[in-house]
Design a protein around this ligand. Sequence first.
Ligand SMILES: [Zn+2]
Length: 189
Amino acid sequence: MRRGFKALAERNALSARQVLGLAANAPIDPWAYARQLGVIVLEFAELDLAPETANQLTVVDDESWSAMTLQENGSFALVINPAHATTRQRVDLMHELAHIELKHAPSRVEVSKTGVLLLSDYSDEQEQEADWHAGALLLPRDCLVAMRARNSTVPEIAAHYGVSEPLCEWRLRMTGVDVQLARARTRRF
Ligand SMILES: [Zn+2]
C-alpha cells in the first residue's frame, strides 16, 4: 500500500463523521455517507430486472456479486446485493464508495445501449486500498483504541459499529491496536 495511505484513510474516517455531524467515535451509516458524496444507492428492486434474472442474482447465485457501480454523465450509482447480511452490505457499500472517493479508474468499463457505464476490474492495489479504506471508515483506529481501553470485546465492538466480527478482528490485528495497548499496560508497572 502506498506510503501515507493508512493515515489518509483515518483522516477520511474522521472528516466523514464531521460532515455528517457525528461525533468522532460514532458509528457511521454508509448510506448516509453515500448521499453526502452525491452517490445514488439504488434499491435492487428498482432495477426492474426480469424475475428470472433477479432470482439468479439474489437466490441461485447470490455469491457471484456483492455490489455494482454504474456511472452516467459523471454521476455514480451503486447497487448492493440485498441477499447479503446487513454487516456485509455495509462494508461492500463502503468499499465501492472508496473506489469513487479515491478516484480509482477501473481497467474494464462496460457500456450499455443507453450510455450507462458498468465499472469493474480494479487493480489488486486498488482493491486493497478500497478494503482498507472501508474498514477504516467503519472502524476508525481511534475508536478501536477507545473501545479496547474500556475492555470491550470483539462482539461488542462489532455490534456497536455494525460490522462483522471477522472484520473487527481484522482491523484490530492490522492496526496493531491490541499490541499497542498491551505495551501501554506493561509500561505502567
Ligand atoms: Zn472493489
